[in-house]
Design a protein around this ligand. Structure first.
Ligand SMILES: C[S@@+](CC[C@H](N)C(=O)[O-])C[C@H]1O[C@@H](n2cnc3c(N)ncnc32)[C@H](O)[C@@H]1O
Length: 286
């Protein structure tokens, strides 16, 4: 699998998702899909994909939502999952049941030559916040949509509203240096947190009827498997794992202990539920 044309400005994100980022998601793919299942549920509900529809799943990663969408549009429909991460797409291809109408393209959504005016639905679970030029990227994706097509995607709200990601990071920072500061609009998980920014991307890209629905969820870091599983999750993915990457073993161990103590305070039986806050963004292609 070769990644064909890319936007050079996306190079750092493409390297991350083919390196540490992609590896973290691969290592935890089953657990991550279970953790984010409540997000998939609400997104799929809002998307209301119908039999026979053509769907684009942007930044599809290991393919969970592409597969779920393909089941909804069968028979007659088709899903194209697009992602820049070769290892994650390889997993998606392995997981897709034979005969299901789902294809995967190793491609950069900013420049991918979508079949013009074809798709009924542009969908994404947390896969659209990593573009260097989001207006250009959404304008490119819009070319693949028919008139009247729907857009439905999930993106995170502010870090302070997402303790499931922030709490482990704050505990890690007691022991390891802070990650380089990232501007609020720089590519990354929180770059679509501000409502006005999402409007400021989708409107000039040509979309209309743009709405942001706030969704507050309780995300069980443990997936019902106790405190150890929650600590593994906190260390294995997200900004805490990025901050701890490459740090000396002793510091990683100390950070792990701090994270464990903080998560223990949130434990309820075998679960460790923490608040997560996201937008479900919907729009239409006029
Ligand atoms: C947070 S992960 C979400 C993965 C998947 N949607 C899920 O919910 O499991 C973000 C995904 O966006 C992909 N991505 C980042 N930049 C991209 C780009 N320019 N074009 C296509 N995919 C991209 C990454 O490779 C990664 O798989």
């Amino acid at each position: 699998m070769t990644l064909l044309a890319t936007d050079d400005r996306n190079a750092a994100e493409i390297a991350f998702w083919n390196g540490l980022g992609g590896q973290c998601w691969l290592n935890r793919q089953q657990a991550q899909d279970a953790l984010l299942a409540p997000v998939a549920e609400v997104l799929l509900d809002r998307a209301a994909a119908r039999v026979g529809e053509i769907v684009l799943d942007i930044g599809c990663g290991c393919g969970a939502t592409s597969i779920a969408l393909a089941r909804r549009v069968a028979p007659g429909g088709r899903v194209l999952g697009i992602d820049v991460s070769a290892p994650m797409l390889e997993r998606a291809r392995q997981l897709a049941p034979q005969g299901l109408a789902v294809d995967f393209a190793l491609a950069d959504a900013t420049v991918y030559p979508f079949e013009p005016g074809r798709a009924d639905l542009l969908f994404s679970r947390f896969g659209v916040m990593f573009f260097a030029d989001p207006v250009e990227s959404f304008a490119n994706m819009r070319r693949g949509l028919r008139s009247g097509a729907r857009v439905v995607f999930a993106c995170w709200r502010e870090p302070c509203e997402n303790p499931w990601l922030l709490l482990p990071l704050q505990e890690a920072y007691r022991h390891v240096p802070r990650l380089p500061d990232v501007g609020s609009e720089d590519p990354g998980p929180f770059s679509f947190a501000a409502e006005h920014r999402v409007h400021g991307i989708l409107e000039p890209a040509g979309f209309r009827a743009i709405e942001l629905e706030p969704i507050d969820l309780s995300l069980d870091l443990a997936n019902g498997r106790g405190l150890d599983a929650a600590v593994d999750a906190a260390l294995g993915i997200g900004p805490a794992s990025r901050a701890l990457d490459g740090q000396p073993t002793a510091l990683r161990a100390a950070a792990g202990e701090s994270i464990r103590a903080a998560l223990a305070k949130c434990q309820v039986g075998d679960t460790v539920p923490l608040p997560g806050a996201l937008w479900i963004v919907t729009a239409t292609n006029p």
